[in-house]
Design a protein around this ligand. Sequence first.
Ligand code: SF4
Length: 265
Amino acid sequence: MQPPATTSLDHFLSGLGAERVWAQVLIRRAGAGFELRHQQDRAADASGLRPVAVAALRRLAEVDGAGGFRPHHTAPSLVSGWVCAVADAHGLKEALDQLYPGTMDDWAALVLGTARPTDFASVAARQMGRAKGLQTLRGRPLLATISAACSAASCLKHRRWNAADVPMDDGFGKSGIPCLEPCPLFLGFARSCAGADATPIVETAFTPQELGTLAAALRHALEHPPAGIRTGDWSAPLHARRLTRMLELHAELWSRASEPAGEEQ
Ligand code: SF4
């Protein structure tokens, strides 16, 4: 159960100090109110930033720098170049709920002990229909799925829910916002992975050199993502989460890649 908003807010304010970064947003006290801006704009003159009203923050958070839909609020892709002034503490809560819905309440609930992180097995056990496939995801395939979906490159929440045989998130590169249970985006990706893992495998063999080419191609595609792949389009072969999972899941295979010596011309 989440604490009342005033409790979350009071607790948040008590630890705020002169400023605080919340995911990618820098919050500063400004007289009786607060100022919010992207942390990349920390040193920018406010007159050079676009003023945005609290009511417009949700729309701002829905679109990435390329104009694409941004379904995951804690993805590290919030646009910069704006500033939002709020008059009081309740305005601050409203602003953060527009940018990062529910995160202040989750943080306070965890700190105050009124909520506890869940575990993957209990979430998988609640799934119905085809989603029951999640229950087959465990061990290394689950670890690779989590590494691909919940890394700092994809999400700034600090994963606090756990899964059997999967190390806890060390929080490196993450924000102070806790993730108390697998989000819908993660579950969608995990369902897709479980479904793919259940299909018959293709027996094949590669030379070490061919493995090197394959691994290099995967890394190249990850570093140069094609435009236009939607975040939740798990059917896209070059989706960054699919590439990351494949590199992670078959790490032992890639480690056997090699180049024959003495073939340079
Ligand atoms: S489940 Fe993973 S991707 Fe989803 S909010 Fe939590 S840490 Fe982020």
